[in-house]
Design a protein around this ligand. Structure first.
Ligand SMILES: [Fe+2]
Ligand SMILES: [Fe+2]
Length: 242
């Protein structure tokens, strides 16, 4: 695509990173310097970033998998959902597995279960969004009745002496007696990371399930007026100044 087909043509587009992405990392916030650079040749990035894949006019869920989610997350979600499907789980559980870490893949990591649940809530059965929200807390607590143990990966991620904070313990306790507990618990059961080089399962496997259980808005995700449309737009235009 030529330069003239992108927004703000002929100028250098400056990017101020999101505070949550750099806060505490030691990466300096370049905002002051970039503000001083503004002139006829330099603008703050707004709209499609030529460095990123451009979305179609009416984005679908799988467009986000193809164009924005980080590769590790795409593989993790497709593998989790495949394992649930192979085990004969319900389509609701399979879709919850497919979406459970969507926030990590393209939006925000901290409290990813809560962000992910809000993101998908307008488009899925309430039970699916609930399962996505509570998988985050339930991950820390074993359930021998289904063969779920505290993840080895969490020992590696957080250290052997890590204890989850009070709000996680509270929410896990709440979830344990809820009527949808097992839906969320099953998400944790298939929530396994594979750090190998094998290719991820094909998204084609899930097209029918998405078609039946994910209500894609006619205007496209992010272009509709749902309560989470802005979150999808943030993934489409992650570098917008405002
Ligand atoms: Fe997760
Ligand atoms: Fe996960």
């Amino acid at each position: 695509m030529s330069e003239s087909e992108w927004p703000q043509p002929g100028r250098e587009r400056l990017i101020v990173p999101a505070p949550v992405g750099i806060c505490g990392t030691g990466i300096a916030n370049p905002e002051e310097g970039l503000l001083r650079k503004l002139d006829a040749r330099h603008v703050m990035m707004m709209g499609d970033n030529p460095a990123l894949a451009r979305f179609p006019a009416k984005p679908t869920l799988l467009d986000f998998f193809r164009l924005r989610l980080q590769r590790i997350t795409v593989k993790h979600l497709l593998t989790s959902a495949s394992r649930a499907l192979d085990a004969g789980q319900s389509e609701k559980v399979v879709l919850a597995c497919l979406l459970h870490d969507i926030s990590n893949g393209a939006l925000i990591r901290s409290d990813h279960g809560y962000w992910g649940a809000q993101l998908i809530a307008p488009y899925v059965d309430e039970e699916i969004a609930w399962a996505v929200q509570y998988h985050q807390a339930l991950r820390y607590f074993p359930d021998e009745s289904v063969g779920y143990a505290y993840p080895d990966s969490y020992h590696r991620f957080f250290g052997a002496d890590f204890t989850p904070p009070a709000y996680i313990r509270r929410d896990a306790e709440y979830a344990r007696t809820h009527r949808w507990y097992m839906t969320s618990r099953l998400v944790t059961l298939y929530d396994i990371y594979f750090f190998d080089d094998s290719p991820p399962p094909d998204t084609e496997r899930f097209e029918d399930i998405i078609g039946r259980h994910f209500r894609q808005p006619a205007e496209g995700l992010g272009m509709d007026a749902s309560p989470s449309a802005h979150m999808w737009r943030t993934m489409i235009w992650p570098n917008n100044f405002l």
